[in-house]
Design a protein around this ligand. Sequence first.
Ligand code: HEC
Length: 95
Amino acid sequence: MKKVLMLMVLGVSALVAADGAKLYGAKCAECHGVDGKDAAISGKAIAGDAAALTKLMGYKAGSFGGDQKVTMQASLEGLSDDDLKAVGAHVGKLK
Ligand code: HEC
């Protein structure tokens, strides 16, 4: 029983990690670069930002952002809170 639980936990975390990377590639890389270091559009690199999730939640809620926050808000359309968590964690891990 313990083994089964362990496998489930491992399976779920692997799934979340994979989704974050996949979501990032599909939804974010075009503007932020595959490595999160492209600052041409967003004005700054986001790679390794430990506060990425907080910022993403802020964009979604309308409580965070600069001159171009509308761009980010549009980019997050259709993403659930779980999606934001996965993609935020991925951004935090980019180097
Ligand atoms: C269409 C281009 C575009 C796409 C797609 C996009 N972004 Fe952005 N992103 C921007 C721009 C422009 C800004 C600066 C917005 C502002 O003025 O607040 C920004 C800002 C950010 C910031 C805040 C940077 C800071 O510290 O101020 C984070 C974090 C971020 N984006 C993550 C993401 C993630 C994760 C995705 C994918 C779900 C994504 N972005 C998709 C253009 C984009």
